[in-house]
Design a protein around this ligand. Structure first.
Ligand SMILES: [Zn+2]
Length: 321
């Protein structure tokens, strides 16, 4: 099993958001990738500049960030050709690794756009569920609190990796990401997998439930109607991470801002758990939820209770005024 450390550069509509194609706000103009074997040894590279077909002029931001001009694309191949070769180069069942979740979203959006325009054929080239490694997240888990997100350059400096190439070039950014990956504990890279949510489960049977060391992650089917989400028994159910049994909630689901819900549940044998539901929209503006259930301590319970009380107080004040 090989790891494909990927980085992309993209262009956006040079005439501003109003004139862009909402199905393709970011058109890929460069793919850079490094292939690592299962022991994270480098075994290959891929690098190609891509001639844009939708936004043929560069947006001023693109121009200033990536140091390219329109002449750099003359004679270059378009996305469908480059992507077809890239897929072959990736090999069977590659594990994609990126710095943050954005590159895989834009890659899939570009693939979908070309499929819908007939310029790319064949079946959808990505697995479902789509597991990948977000190296930015793994870096945060290993060196920080797991929540903070650092820039690639910050991590390179932190790990004292020699800065030989410019940043914001797809290939050099992929190289830097692969070097960071080689310095992270291999077991952590393998353990902290991420799930891409560009394509979300369409029906109940496709719903995703993954058990990590400290928490469950659940990705629900899509809902047409937002109001149905918190009435759904599967969405609101809570299970013990140790025995898997359904457990009772001693603080029921409540919302802090309409998008996130919290709860506390308890297993008589294995203690306290904190549930969190985040309501999100997928690429087709359909609703779905990401639910996590993790082990909790008394302080977590206090924090959740305090949050609930503050919200209640605020609502009461609001009603009175
Ligand atoms: Zn239990």
């Amino acid at each position: 099993m090989d790891y494909i450390v990927l980085d992309l550069e993209w262009n956006q509509c040079p005439c501003g958001k109003k004139k862009e194609d909402p199905k393709l706000p970011f058109e890929i103009i460069e793919i850079g990738a490094v292939k690592l074997d299962s022991a994270f040894r480098e075994i290959g590279t891929f690098h190609e500049t891509i001639r844009p077909v939708l936004y043929r002029k560069l947006h001023y931001m693109t121009r200033s960030v990536i140091h390219m001009t329109e002449e750099d694309f003359e004679g270059k191949r378009t996305f469908p050709h480059v992507f077809a070769d890239f897929l072959i180069w990736c090999g069977d069942s590659p594990v994609f690794c990126t710095w943050g979740p954005g590159d895989l979203t834009e890659l899939q959006r570009n693939v979908r756009w070309h499929i819908s325009h007939g310029s790319l054929t064949g079946r959808w080239p990505f697995p479902f569920p789509f597991f990948y490694r977000d190296i930015q997240k793994v870096f945060s888990y290993v060196y920080e609190d797991g929540k903070n997100r650092r820039s690639l350059e910050w991590a390179v400096e932190y790990l004292k990796i020699e800065k030989t190439e410019e940043f914001h070039d797809a290939f050099s950014d992929a190289c830097y990401t692969s070097k960071i990956m080689q310095l992270l504990p291999p077991d952590d890279v393998r353990r902290y997998s991420s799930i891409d949510t560009y394509r979300t489960p369409l029906r109940r049977s496709e719903e995703i439930l993954v058990r990590y060391d400290r928490y469950f992650k659940f990705i629900s089917k899509t809902f047409q109607n937002r109001d149905d989400i918190m009435k759904d028994r599967v969405v609101t159910s809570t299970r013990c991470l140790s025995c898997g049994k359904k457990i009772r909630r001693n603080i029921r689901w409540f919302s802090d801002n309409g998008r996130n819900y919290l709860c506390i549940a308890q297993c008589p044998d294995h203690g306290l758990f904190r549930g969190k539901i985040r309501i999100r929209q997928n690429a087709d503006d359909q609703w779905y939820v990401v639910k996590t259930i993790r082990y909790a301590c008394e302080e977590d319970v206090d924090a959740v209770r305090k949050k609930q009380e503050t919200l209640r107080h605020r609502r009461r004040m609001h009603r009175m005024s």
